[in-house]
Design a protein around this ligand. Structure first.
Ligand code: IPD
Ligand code: CA
Ligand code: CA
Length: 265
């Protein structure tokens, strides 16, 4: 596989998709709900996913595609080359705020992350990485991550953790929130992961995410020396929903050991 070529194509397609989204801001969105009234999808989520699928199928007919909106393939392994696509991560923000959302695209080969792109459409900021070649924000290399202490950290997390239907040990988060310098909640896993990659936050924790939410971000964060696991400290399989815990090196180990290890996540 010519990964340089895949990388080039992916960057072109993501930019093109971003332009389509920017142009949609003046048009009326068609908003629908999925599993519940807060699980939103728009015509743009669908259109953008279909755009990527068309492009990928034209150039790489042998590749598999897993997309959030279901226009891709159904499969149970990550064998071969798989594109994991979230056409709009942060759909609720996209609808309510027209900002704080991103396109997320990760390409894996036999379960190993090769190319990851997260495009902050509104700021025209493309975060991208090809395995082994470092990570970039537009044309600028992103510096490797340095270790941090909990008391100096900003931690991104989401208050939906306290909802009753989430049967988890969210009370264990209280000491961590108290110990940290501050917390943030942006409502877009993809951007929260690149905020870890760029050091804007020091860690990001989420209770339940899907493979397309984390596929690209994991490649970018790991390329900079950050650590990506679930809340139990295990590697992600990129096939099932799971919790997520990503942080700077060292900090990840400390939070896992001192705050998360007794939780049922
Ligand atoms: C959502 C966002 C959000 C996270 C949700 C995701 P979507 O993705 O990443 O931050 O908390 O769990 O589903 O639905 O906007 O693509
Ligand atoms: Ca998402
Ligand atoms: Ca989405």
């Amino acid at each position: 596989m010519n990964w340089e070529e895949v990388y080039t194509h992916a960057k072109q397609w993501v930019k093109e998709a971003g332009e389509t989204i920017r142009l949609s801001f003046d048009k009326t969105l068609n908003i629908q709900t999925k599993t519940n009234r807060n699980d939103l999808v728009t015509n743009m989520d669908k259109e953008i996913e279909q755009f990527f699928i068309k492009k990928i199928r034209e150039v790489y007919p042998g590749h598999h595609i897993l997309g959030e909106e279901g226009f891709g393939d159904e499969f149970k392994t990550l064998e071969g080359v798989v594109w994991l696509i979230d056409p709009i991560d942060g759909t609720m923000n996209f609808i309510h705020q027209q900002r704080n959302f991103a396109i997320s695209l990760g390409v894996y080969e036999n379960g190993i992350g090769k190319v990851g792109l997260i495009y902050d459409v509104v700021h025209d900021e493309l975060y991208h990485a090809k395995r082994g070649d470092g990570a970039f924000l537009n044309d600028k290399p992103i510096p490797p991550l340095k270790e941090a202490k909990v008391e100096d950290s900003i931690i991104a997390l989401n208050a939906t953790w306290v909802m009753e239907n989430h049967r988890i040990d969210h009370h264990l988060m209280i000491p961590l929130v108290r110990a940290a310098r501050g917390t943030r909640s942006y409502g877009t896993a993809a951007l929260e992961m690149v905020f870890v990659a760029t050091g804007r936050v020091d860690a990001y924790l989420s209770m339940r995410l899907s493979p397309w939410d984390v596929a690209a971000g994991a490649i970018i964060v790991e390329e900079l020396g950050g650590v990506v696991t679930n809340l139990r400290g295990e590697k992600l399989d990129f096939l099932s929903k799971d919790s997520l815990f990503t942080a700077k090196p060292g900090l990840h180990q400390i939070i896992l050991k001192d705050y998360l290890k007794n939780g049922k996540w």
